[in-house]
Design a protein around this ligand. Structure first.
Ligand code: NAG
Ligand code: NAG
Ligand code: NAG
Length: 498
């Protein structure tokens, strides 16, 4: 998100006449940049004049005049990765093992922050020493003050709740946001920046998301940001929070988690949670497929609990799966997991793309509201039940002929400056046995689906987001088991209806 992408509309790989990506306007920024020094200069000179006029000559002056160096101009430039200070909750005992999850998303010399441990890590379970390298998130040991607080269930929850205090006390320059997460959280930092850039960091904000499982929200709180999904606290709120935190930790010693303590303290300040649906606590068990194949129209910010559910991709480890997903994300950050729907009206097929991950092909027509509803391939976190969740789900039908044919991302190509081609190949039956009805067999003959799209400009992401439209290419012809589709911005009057 930190780089300004130069958009070259003519290099549209799909020969589209429409340009999906809104060209970035460098002029606005330039104007802003040229004005800032002018304003600084103006205010400084007035202050200097006033200061020298009153302060030095009339010592007993009744007027209070600020010293010139205390004049502050708020930095209105867009938020980028350098403005975020990450505070990741870790422990010496699990550091060796969990550091590979942070390594997946940490950008050396770009991301700022620390993983906070209870003590220095020693040797790991295999007796090997894992060395901190400069490409890894650096660790710090939490201020020992946490040990004096009362607790009822988990002692480390106190320490973790205090990470925001530890982070704030470092007094690092130009921090706009404190972002907390766990050592098994994967952040999609470009999208985190896109989301936070929409908010005024000089106001008090508490941004994150609650749990997917209703039972978790009932037990903890609905309006709390669950810590594993990560949450962001703006500087002014962090400042106020840090001042009241220790007293507050005493008052709420009986809570279970660190995130609940932070939530309780923030609610005493009077700030409520702003929900962003790209933060994922992922309090689910089993197969996360249905959820990730029908992500809300919002940039993907985080994934948590990645060790606790099935691998995202079949026949791959979770780390390999996440690597694949992150590879696609790097090519077009804002589009990762974004859904779009295509209808093949001739064949009566419905196709749902979750970009960079999977495609579901239904050999029948299914309305947009159904396609946007996750197939319930997963269970609740605590009791492994079939719900309820904080969103609607569609049950996986016992009839195999009602299942979609499923494709997973196989490879991807950049096309020109702004385009991408993602290639998805059919997996074995995802939900048990297959269906041998004629229409289903025809759909099964599609072995590969190639999706073309233009990269989404981060500036476009600052506006209200719409689910993009999708169209079948080549008049729907299937050559060598390959079908081509294109994702593009919807036309003015276009809707996805069947
Ligand atoms: C982030 O923005 C600041 C201005 O607030 C700028 O000085 C800095 O160079 C930017 N960093 C990146 C990585 O774009
Ligand atoms: C990060 O910065 C340090 C010091 O500036 C440098 O030695 C190192 O090569 C950089 N690492 C990466 C991965 O860019
Ligand atoms: C996993 O791999 C096996 C053997 O290579 C293959 O038969 C099976 O279809 C694969 N599973 C999926 C879901 O692709």
């Amino acid at each position: 998100m930190s780089e300004v992408r130069v958009e070259v509309p003519n290099q549209d790989p799909t020969k589209s006449s429409k340009v999906l990506v809104q060209p970035y306007k460098p002029c606005d920024i330039l104007v802003l940049f040229t004005r800032i020094p002018l304003i600084v200069c103006f205010i400084t000179s007035i202050s200097v004049v006033l200061y020298s006029a009153f302060s030095t000559q009339s010592r007993g002056s009744r007027f209070y005049l600020p010293k010139p160096k205390s004049v502050l101009i708020p930095d209105q430039r867009p938020t980028n990765i350098s403005h975020i200070l990450f505070g990741i909750a870790g422990s010496a005992a699990t550091w060796h093992d969990r550091i590979r999850y942070t390594n997946l998303w940490w950008k050396p010399n770009k991301s700022r922050g620390f993983i906070w441990l209870d003590k220095k890590p020693g040797i790991n379970n295999d007796g090997k020493i894992v060395h901190q390298t400069e490409n890894m998130i650096p660790y710090r040991v939490s201020d020992a003050g946490w040990t004096r607080f009362r607790y009822s269930s988990s002692r480390s929850a106190v320490r973790i709740a205090r990470i925001i205090w530890d982070s704030f006390k470092l007094n690092l320059p130009n921090v706009r946001w404190f972002v907390m997460g766990d050592d098994d959280t994967v952040f999609f930092t470009d999208n985190l920046v896109s989301v936070l850039a929409r908010y005024d960091h000089d106001q008090m904000w508490y941004i994150g998301c609650n749990s997917e499982s209703v039972e978790q929200n009932v037990m903890h709180a609905y309006d709390m940001a669950f810590g594993g999904g990560g949450f962001a606290v703006s500087y002014p709120l962090a400042e106020k929070l840090v001042n009241v935190l220790d007293g507050c930790l005493e008052r709420y010693y009986y809570f279970y988690g660190s995130d609940q303590r932070v939530w309780a303290c923030i609610s005493e300040i009077g700030v409520s949670l702003t929900t962003e649906r790209g933060f994922h606590q992922l309090d689910i068990r089993g197969d996360p497929y249905g959820l990730l194949a029908a992500h809300p129209v919002a940039p993907l910010v985080s994934l948590h609990h990645i060790d606790y559910f099935n691998s995202l991709f079949p026949n791959r480890t979770q780390i390999d799966s996440l690597d694949t997903l992150i590879h696609a994300y790097r090519v077009d950050p804002n589009r990762i997991l974004q859904q779009s729907f295509c209808y093949d009206s001739k064949r009566g097929w419905s196709i749902s793309v979750s970009w960079g991950y999977t495609i579901q092909l239904y050999p029948f027509l299914l309305s947009a509201n159904n396609l946007a509803m996750p197939l319930q391939t997963f269970k609740t976190w605590r009791s492994w039940s079939n719900g309820p969740f904080v969103f609607n789900t569609r049950p996986v039908s016992p009839n195999p002929c009602e299942h979609p044919v499923v494709y997973f991302l196989d490879r991807l190509e950049k096309v020109g400056q702004t385009g991408t081609r993602t290639i998805y190949t059919r997996s074995g039956p995802k939900f048990g046995k297959g269906c041998d009805r004629a229409d289903y067999v025809k759909a099964m003959a599609v072995k590969t689906i190639i999706v073309s799209s233009l990269r989404i400009d981060p500036a476009y992401c600052q506006k209200a987001t719409l689910r993009p439209c999708c169209e079948i290419m080549d008049d729907g012809s299937i050559k060598d088991g390959t079908m081509r589709i294109r994702i593009r911005k919807c036309r003015e009057k276009e809707i996805m209806a069947v």
